[in-house]
Design a protein around this ligand. Structure first.
Ligand code: G16
Length: 542
């Protein structure tokens, strides 16, 4: 019944920061998704008879590729596939299912916060048995294989009914269609004090969660409204749609503008939050206050012990390099190590597996812990709620208290999206070429103390990742980081990360834009952003 189908390679199947992301039209080319999935299977060893987890964020093409992957998994010799009903599994829920059921790995179909629909984005990523994204050595091998692949394996069977829970057979392989929410909700109940959050909400605390018509809708309805008693309507845009209702499911001030308006408007709720396409990112907004992801990581780390799942304390904190140093100060106060990794959740996996870090976070709205091996949007929301339920203070009061204790890292990321790739490459290579001569130069009142191109040696397996972002460090402690995004699907996105630190005795209530004005000027002077990109302004500021 297994058929081997001849195919020819595509030359553009290099996984980026998080799996293979391309336009839907690219994935619709005959053989494109199949080549990639077969390339993944071809570089894996020892999965005969084992379990594969399958699910996605429900975007356009999700169901079709799930059916394809089921046939290919059967043909390649997997023993069992666990698939979320409707083809749905959020990224953190998939990570949990992989771990809980001892699966060999999983395929997660998502392009995360990128828009969906026939003219938008699709993606496939492979996660390994610890539930985390495949490390670079695996993704590099997949890319190498994709360049020479000459056949894929499949079976001729009808589509599996993804909307009926239960088991069926495809050849020798069992397919189990599982409830995508149940295992995840049970894990959240283990980690957090649902009783305390329920009584906070019952006492009149109001919250608003924007699921952005993406995967977290069903999870948030179940957990926030059914289990925690928040009134119906707390979750908005709660039905996953193949095109996310025409929006970018990217939880930031631009794409979650309605939530921002609600939280900064008259009669704002006490707490606002949102998640992205596949449910691994989070946005936290208090009444009249936006909490940057870097600050959120620091506050969560400092207060985590208030949640029952973390009452034993932390072993360490990890952040990606461009994430602000706010968490570093918390690590110092807690006397635990701080790990600085390149961008990409995959770099946290080894630290979490080795028990070196308990909480990890990134400036790109991703925070998570050792409960799974992915960042986790609803987890961050629930940890915030647990902290608020214990401290009974407003988000603004918690932030003010945090800054007064640790100081404040003013922080912003400026993205220049859709820049012509050659221009972006030129900008980066000129910047790299001139790094040494920058040291000692003044920009405004700031003098450059050091520069480098970030390099990371994994403390667990010793693997080295080079050229992970250019850092300009000023004598004042301010910092500018430049790197190109590894998740875009058209042109290049230049990311410029700006950070300025004020100690506990400094000015802690500047407007962020004003606080960073000089650094914005310096960034342009150093990298020639206007000159290379032709842009006067960033596309998005987060
Ligand atoms: C992915 C990765 C994150 C990374 C982010 C941005 O997030 O999982 O670790 O920080 O992309 O990466 P880049 O700056 O290269 O675009 P997601 O939510 O898109 O999967």
């Amino acid at each position: 019944m297994t058929r081997s189908i001849a195919t020819t390679p595509f030359d553009d199947q290099k996984p980026g920061t998080s799996g293979l992301r391309k336009k839907v039209r690219v994935f619709q080319q005959p053989g494109y998704a199949k080549n990639f999935i077969q390339s993944v299977f071809d570089v894996l060893d020892g999965f005969a008879g084992q379990t594969l987890v399958l699910g996605g964020d429900g975007r356009f093409l999700n169901r079709e590729v799930i059916q394809t992957a089921i046939r290919m998994a059967a043909a390649n010799g997997f023993g069992r596939v666990l698939v979320g009903s409707g083809g749905i599994l959020s990224t953190p829920a998939a990570s949990n299912v992989i771990r809980k059921y001892g699966a060999f790995g999983g395929l997660i179909l998502s392009a995360s916060h990128n828009p969906g629909g026939p003219d938008e984005d699709f993606g496939i990523k492979y996660n390994i048995s610890n539930g985390g994204p495949a490390p670079e050595k695996v993704t590099d091998a997949v890319y190498a294989r994709s360049k020479v692949i000459d056949r894929y394996l499949t079976v001729d069977v009808p589509d599996v009914d993804l909307d009926r829970l239960g088991s069926t057979q495809v050849g020798d392989m069992t397919i189990e269609v599982i409830d995508p929410v149940e295992d995840y909700a049970a894990l959240m109940e283990e980690l957090f004090d649902f009783g305390a959050i329920r009584s906070l909400i019952a006492g009149g605390f109001r919250l608003s969660f924007d699921a952005m018509h993406a995967v977290t809708g069903p999870y948030a309805h179940e957990i926030l409204e059914r289990r925690l008693g928040a009134p119906e309507g707390t979750v908005v845009n709660g039905t996953p749609l193949p095109d996310f209702g025409g929006h970018h499911p990217d939880p930031n001030a631009v794409h979650a503008a309605e939530l921002f308006a609600r939280m900064f408007g008259a009669d704002a709720p006490d707490f606002g939050a949102a998640s992205d396409g596949d449910g691994d990112r989070n946005l936290i907004v208090g009444r009249n206050i936006f909490v940057t992801p870097s600050d959120s990581l620091a506050v969560l780390a400092a207060n985590m012990g208030l949640a029952p799942g973390y009452a034993g304390g932390l072993t360490g904190i990890a952040r990606s390099m461009p994430t602000s140093g706010a968490a570093d100060r918390v690590a110092r106060a807690l006397n635990v190590p701080l790990f600085e990794t390149p961008t990409g959740w995959k770099f946290f996996g080894n630290l979490l597996d080795a028990g070196l870090a308990t909480i990890c976070g990134e400036e790109s709205a991703g925070t998570g812990s050792n409960h799974v091996r992915e960042k986790d949007g609803l987890w961050a929301v629930l940890l915030w709620l647990n902290i608020l339920a214990v401290r009974r203070e407003s988000v603004a009061a918690i932030m003010a208290d945090h800054w007064a204790r640790y100081g404040r890292n003013y922080y912003a990321r400026h993205d220049y999206e859709g820049v012509e790739s050659d221009a972006a490459d030129r900008l980066m290579s000129e910047l790299r070429g001139g790094l040494d001569s920058l040291v000692g130069q003044s920009f405004g009142s700031s003098i450059v103390a050091a520069t480098d191109d970030f390099e990371y040696t994994d403390p667990v397996d010793g693997s080295v990742s080079r050229a992970q972002g250019v850092r300009i460090l000023f004598e004042t402690g301010s910092r500018i980081v430049f790197r190109l995004s590894g998740t875009g699907t058209s042109g290049a996105t230049l990311r410029v990360y700006l950070e300025r630190f004020e100690g506990p005795q400094g000015v802690l209530d500047y407007d962020v834009g004003t606080a960073l004005e000089d650094l914005v000027e310096a960034a342009d002077a150093i990298a020639g952003i206007r000159h290379h990109t032709g842009r006067e302004q960033p596309t998005v500021i987060t």
